[in-house]
Design a protein around this ligand. Sequence first.
Ligand code: ADP
Ligand code: MG
Length: 625
Amino acid sequence: MKSFLTLLVRNRLALAGGIVLLLVVLLAILTPVLPLADPDVTNTSNRFQPIFSEGALLGTDHLGRDLLSRLMWGTRLSLAVGVAAAIVAATIGAGIGIVAGYYGGRIDNIIMRGVDMLMAFPYILLALAIVAALGPGLFNALIAVSAVNVPFFARNIRGITVGLAHKEFVDAARLAGLSNTRIILSEILPNVIPVIVIAMSTTIGWMILETAGLSFLGLGSQPPQADLGSMLGEARSALITNPHTSIVPGVMILIIVMSINLLGDGVRDALDPRLKSGALSRPMAATRVERAEQPPASEGQGLLEVKALETQFHIKDRIYRAVGGVDLSVEKGECLGIIGESGSGKSVTALSIMGLVASPPGVITGGAAYYEGVDLIGAPYKRLRDMRGRNVSYIFQDPLATLHPLYRVGDQLIEAIRAHRPIGREEGRAKAIELLNAVRIPNAEKRISDYPHEMSGGMRQRVGIAMALANDPDIIIADEPTTALDVTVQAQVLTILDDLRRSRGLAIVFITHDFGVVAQLCDRVAVMYAGRVVETGRTSDILDAPRHPYTARLMACVPELGGGKRRLEAIPGLPPVVDKLPVGCAFADRCDRAQDACRNGDIALAQTGHHAVRCLYPVAQEEIA
Ligand code: ADP
Ligand code: MG
């Protein structure tokens, strides 16, 4: 609530609109106690007094009534009717929309076709017809204005509800045995209320105008009662001779509608969570780079060499150190595993290499990523774009999210190739089939014209791999590509990756949280914790003799086939939040070997042969056996 107000106030126009509206509403509320003349008392000898005449600040109208007084009472009435109409329309419309969207099927069809029929008429015409049927009068005008605005709310809210009705939390509520009414009230309604408020705040102005329109035509408020519309209507005949009688109510309508709309836009912007999070502001084409120091030079290790990479997320005044100085390297034809719990910075490390971390909020604040000896961090966007997919390509966890649902997989493969070189239809098709064969999709000629939803999870992930292969990259970065798959399919996908690596000399950086997968696929492995590498070495060495307590605990979490009965140990506690990293070892709080020295200062990665560990009291060989 507080942040909503701050956001609203920060929007100057909305603030101005809000203040003006507040003044108008205050005046309207205070009207009965202000020393005003009676708005309905006529005095024909005193007709058409100009503005600023004695005893009538805004002059008088064609019957000699005090314009100021009529204006105040009229504003009061117009505001009340407009707001009432908006509330009625929003309540009925939202109710209809929620019921239609939640129940779906035939109920939805019947209700929404009815709403469509209402919408088929121009709304002023419809309002006129309703008032004509009910008879003129302010209350009937209110009914008419509400009725013509119901479809707008119903359509809006139905759209939102349809999206919500199939969300997991609604399913969960259903499984918990809640009744439909309870689910609508406790799960759906809280989620649509902001939308209702937004829709209301942007339409109240309209409704006030529409009510005024009906009154102007003599169908709304009846004489002598004043509202803004009827005042305009009565002044029409004297528009040329005594324009102030029209201008006074006209300006008031302008002020009210303008201020409501400005405020409404501000409310919408402040309430919309997407606008607030900045997700709708487009990220930059490549991650922002702000390196304070010269990055360390390349040591010429391997095809890709990451040196002291630091990536942070700057959100408001917080700094999240997602990656805090990571060194990695991978040779041609080698598979490097990166392992760690969720949130340890694996994905951010991988995405930083090609500048794919979203900025804002991501910033690369240090280090380098050398590809064949050339630093990619801070490289011009054109060069990065040219290399993405052609030299370094990515496979992501959820293939359903990375494949476009409306295009056939074959066309998506061809598009991936076309991004880097022109290719004809026939040639593209042949290449796509070849790629699908390479990832062992049976019957590739036919599957090429499948849509993603027609494929199983394993098949989709194979398409994901085929897509990564489309431009014969040198390095594939696979970010938990098998996490969404079951074990047998996972084994097949891993075999495919392993074969591709051997047949094509691919370098693979394989991100996972599963030591079983590492054992099967990787030559070397780097264990990450809280944004840093805590242990690295050859897979066999680390599997045989993990030295960092964290690695040892991670391995203890993996069940072994035929390993006999053994308790699987979960690691107690949670990884630290990366905006307040502790001094010293980040794992100390969860470690049973930690001593005071662990919490004192930075701990270096100590190298012995190929094996390096960032720990003062590493696990000794004898302890494991
Ligand atoms: P994982 O090892 O599971 O792949 P990530 O690399 O995705 O972990 O995340 C590392 C850290 O960076 C986490 O603490 C996460 O909260 C943070 N992080 C990742 N993306 C963002 C983002 N867009 N905004 C803020 N923090 C982020
Ligand atoms: Mg990840």
